[in-house]
Ligand binder design. Structure first.
Ligand code: PHE
Length: 340
């Protein structure tokens, strides 16, 4: 019997030493000290022993029981502690590790220019309006007083869906739309995408952006046009900017002009940006032709108008010193992120 107790004790110690999980320790406890455990059976069988034996075995069995209980409790604690440490190790945060970069979006340079121009004209009482990218051939050409043989109508210049619908080749479609819809007086600017059959190169893109402006009111003249566009140029390129109007031709304006701004890089002396001339062309404009002003029934004796159209890419290229228009569409973040 003595041997049996010693055996149970040493076996239990061995098993406990190898246990690494709570469940294993619990199994050992049940096997030895549980209701039908090895030691429990021995203790339970004490009744059938002689007085002598009881005296000898009793304290031995109790001592073994106490010792095992202590060992088991200690092992429970150890196993718990080890599990906790393992978890800590797994969840350890290395505070010296570099953080993940938080990438904020930035506005595209064309958006920046569009917003700047919108702001200039909003401050002058203009309303910013949007129009569809595909429009009628009528609004792109005929309504704009454009003769049937005008070269920009060619299939090689304009994208047609059919005889009547095309992708707008300029934002001037918005002149026709607003004149059809609105009562005089009004003043609008419209900024958006336009399309022309151009092969991409450093200065051409089949998709580009324009800003159109139209003001209809009593007594609007070339003086208003020049004053307004001169102010815009000074706000866009700086207060020392000078403007120059050269005669031009557009079917929908009479007289028509192109506006040049003094080169902001060299101040007019001549450099690579202005190709030595000191001036840079930025837009087309003119007093709106009465055939156009009268489209929606506006009294052309009472009301006159001026309009202008300019390319946003061109303005952005000049303002930011970008030398290839294609950079705007490649979505290379290294390029776009520079305009913050
Ligand atoms: N629509 C013309 C163009 O695309 C620009 C323009 C607009 C000229 C308004 C005069 C008036 O070139």
């Amino acid at each position: 019997m003595q041997e049996r107790i010693a055996e149970i004790l040493s076996e239990a110690k061995e098993r406990l030493a190898c246990a690494t999980e709570k469940k294993e320790v619990d199994d050992i406890r049940v096997a030895i000290l549980g209701k039908k455990g090895q030691l429990t059976e021995i203790l339970r069988g004490m009744g059938g022993l002689s007085k002598e034996e009881k005296k000898q075995i009793g304290p031995l069995a109790n001592k073994a029981k106490n010792e095992l209980e202590q060992l088991i409790n200690k092992k429970f604690d150890d196993v718990k502690e080890a599990a906790k440490n393992a978890q800590f190790k797994k969840e350890k945060i290395d505070v010296t590790e570099p953080g993940r970069e938080f990438r904020m979006g930035v506005k595209h340079p064309i958006t920046l220019v569009a917003e700047e121009i919108s702001k200039i004209f909003k401050d002058l009482g203009y309303e910013v309006v949007q129009g569809p990218l595909a429009d009628t051939v009528y609004r792109a050409f005929d309504g704009l007083n454009s003769p049937a043989n005008h070269p920009s109508r060619d299939l090689t210049d304009t994208f047609y869906f059919n005889e009547d619908i095309c992708l707008r080749p300029h934002t001037s479609t918005m002149q026709v739309r607003t004149l059809e819809e609105r009562e005089a007086p009004f003043r609008i600017v419209s900024l958006g995408r336009c399309f022309r059959c151009d092969t991409p190169d450093a200065t051409h893109s089949p998709i580009f952006h324009q800003c159109e402006g139209l003001i209809v009111d009593e007594g609007i003249s070339m003086t208003d046009l020049k004053g307004t566009l001169d102010l815009m140029a000074k706000q866009l390129f700086g207060p020392d900017t000078k403007t120059k109007f050269r005669p031009h031709h557009f079917p929908f304006t009479e007289p028509s002009a192109e506006m040049d701004v003094s080169c902001f890089k060299c101040g007019g002396k001549g450099c690579s940006v202005c190709k030595g001339s000191g001036w840079i062309e930025i837009l087309g404009c003119g007093e709106t032709h009465p055939n156009v002003v009268g489209l929606g029934g506006i009294d052309t004796e009472k009301y006159t108008a001026f309009a202008f159209g300019m390319g946003l890419e061109r303005i952005a290229m000049l303002k930011y010193g970008v030398d290839d228009i294609r950079l705007f569409y490649e979505n290379d973040m290294r390029f776009i992120r520079q305009f913050r």
